[in-house]
Design a protein around this ligand. Structure first.
Ligand code: URA
Length: 193
């Protein structure tokens, strides 16, 4: 598969990955409901990565459409972006049978995610919480300590912040997520002027 081509080609390639997810026996073994490959622009400069679909997502096949998704989408609009110009997804593509995805599940599913990232070729990948960090940084990250920081790895910038579900539970998480995203957008504006 050739990556980083024109927008139409990228959309086609993302569609092919979505088909692979639909047919993936291992993903299905750990999950239930509709596959949730992700949505947004195939040319996005910012990609947001969560954890795993919840019930609403498994019903609709769309990422981040439940309570935490509404908060994430609100915060994306607060930093002046439209949901259609970013890409939103998760390492795990099906609602996990046991709530939280197992490490094995995350390490398998991230193969699909890696292909999506190679196709989109974003400037920055926003890691929402520790499962996203495990999938892409390959280590356990304490979000309360490292949120708001960036990591360069394999030619890509990863930005660590809270998962919106944590932000819904803890005011400190909500403030942190809002501040981190504000900081991120400032940084991006600086590098693109
Ligand atoms: N939480 C996630 O991490 N991903 C989704 O798609 C929905 C909720």
């Amino acid at each position: 598969m050739s990556y980083n081509t024109g927008r139409m080609d990228k959309e086609k390639e993302l569609f092919q990955v979505a088909e692979e997810i639909l047919k993936c026996r291992l993903c299905r073994q750990w999950g239930t409901g509709m596959p949730v490959p992700g949505e947004g622009s195939a040319d996005a400069r910012l990609v947001f990565i969560g954890e795993a679909p919840g019930k609403e997502e498994a019903k609709t096949g769309r990422p981040f459409v439940g309570r935490s998704g509404r908060l994430l989408r609100l915060m994306i609009s607060e930093i002046g972006l439209r949901a259609e110009e970013v890409y939103i997804t998760s390492p795990v593509k099906y609602l996990p049978l046991r709530g939280t995805p197992s490490r094995e599940n995350v390490l398998h599913s991230r193969e699909h995610l890696m292909k999506q990232l190679s196709i989109i070729g974003p400037q920055t990948v926003v890691l929402l919480g520790s499962v996203a960090c495990l999938a892409l940084l390959d280590r356990k990250v304490e979000i309360t300590k490292e949120h708001g920081s960036s990591v360069r790895k394999d030619g890509r910038t990863y930005f660590i912040t809270y998962h919106p579900a944590y932000a819904l539970r803890f005011p400190k998480g909500k403030e942190g997520l809002r501040e981190d995203l504000g900081k991120l957008v400032q940084k991006i504006m600086k590098t693109s002027t």
